[in-house]
Design a protein around this ligand. Structure first.
Ligand code: GDP
Ligand code: MN
Length: 334
């Protein structure tokens, strides 16, 4: 055992989770190697892989060789990756065609919609995740820029954090036109699910009348699984799923998770990882604090940090939380 591995009593029940296709293998391999080198080789957390078809032997062999913890491979049940019976498939096809004409990204894709619905409402119910308390979502083709020299899952638990992100931005209205009205119906029917100190002001500028389109970019998420498994979010997801917007529009798991976390969590349970250097095309999170970059051997250019750009919602995050911006933030605004 390497000295950094926490003693058994300290270890958090946590896993990485990657949804991927067999053909995503070599892009995912880059992400895994990055996460292992910069964090997981010291902690050896497990890694769960999920797919709507069976993973092939090559995928399993290559990924198992790279992960320092135990790897597990799960098949997604059909009901979690298909049209529910209440969806009118003709109406759904009509939307895809009109989004294709409008050049909305993934607007004509059926599989992307299944992916968004699965990540919104089903990944945390997969039997392979049942034994875990926290997860970190990792996608193909991502990069970590800095070493992470602490047990990030233990950080979540010790500080009562339930949702952690690195990048936040505005959603394309064209993909979620009725999401907020559908959400407002839910809030009106179940006001008891919103704690007093929720994070509504992050997602709305007028106390919930309108959605301001801010969301956490869900290709990176470190979260507590009970947030999604709990009654509030479960009922919220069912309400959204019945409304059909995953198919009649193109609701993304990022705005759905972000709205869920912002409404149902106390704001202190949401955390911005300013210290985690991260890239998913086309945006980066790069610590602007030089001491953080040097201590963690970051390889990113702080001027490429997206956090303080005009299209980022992270300035609003700081404002609503009443937190002080990290040192050097002005360097990352060009
Ligand atoms: P983007 O980041 O929004 O451009 O979407 P990605 O192409 O990165 O897809 C998001 C995640 O879902 C990634 O982890 C993909 O590997 C995974 N994914 C996307 N489509 C499918 C699919 O049809 N089947 C499976 N098994 N995974 C998928
Ligand atoms: Mn991606």
């Amino acid at each position: 055992m390497t000295p950094n591995v926490p003693a058994p009593g300290e270890r958090v029940k946590a896993t990485f989770v990657s949804l991927a296709r067999n053909q995503d293998l070599w892009e995912l391999v880059k992400s895994i190697r990055n996460v292992e080198d910069k964090f997981n080789k010291k902690y050896q957390y497990d890694w769960v892989f999920l797919n709507d078809v069976e993973f092939d032997d090559n995928f399993k062999e290559v990924t198992t060789a790279l992960v320092s913890g135990t790897t597990k491979y799960g098949l997604i049940p059909k009901e979690h990756w298909s049209f529910p019976e209440w969806i009118d498939k003709e109406k759904a096809a009509f939307t895809r065609e009109s989004m294709r004409e409008k050049n909305i990204i993934y607007g004509d894709s059926i599989s992307y919609r299944h992916m968004c619905r699965f990540e919104s409402g089903f990944f945390y119910r997969h039997p392979l995740l049942a034994e875990y308390e926290y997860y970190w979502r990792v996608e193909p083709s991502i990069e970590l820029y800095c070493d992470i020299n602490y047990d990030i899952f233990k950080f979540m638990k010790d500080n009562k954090k339930q949702y952690g992100f690195t990048i936040s931005l505005y959603e394309y209205l064209g993909t979620i036109e009725s999401l907020w009205d559908t959400t407002k119906e839910f809030i009106a029917a179940h006001p008891k699910y919103l704690p007093e100190d929720n994070f509504m002001d992050f997602i709305s500028d007028d106390k919930g009348e309108n959605y301001n389109l801010c969301h956490f970019w869900s290709n990176f998420e470190i979260g507590k699984l009970d947030l999604w498994r709990g009654e509030a979010y479960s009922k919220y997801f069912d309400h959204l799923d019945k409304a059909g917007g995953f198919f009649y529009e193109r609701w993304g798991d990022a705005p759905v998770h972000s709205i869920g976390a912002s409404l149902f969590l106390p704001k202190d349970a949401i955390h911005y990882f300013a210290d985690v250097g991260y890239f998913h095309n086309p945006f980066s999170n790069c610590p602007t604090d030089k001491t953080v970059r040097e201590a963690n051997k970051c390889t990113c250019d702080p001027r490429k940090n997206f956090a303080w750009h005009g299209y980022s919602c992270t300035p609003r995050y700081y404002k609503v939380k009443g937190e002080k911006r990290p040192p050097g933030w002005e360097d990352g605004t060009d």
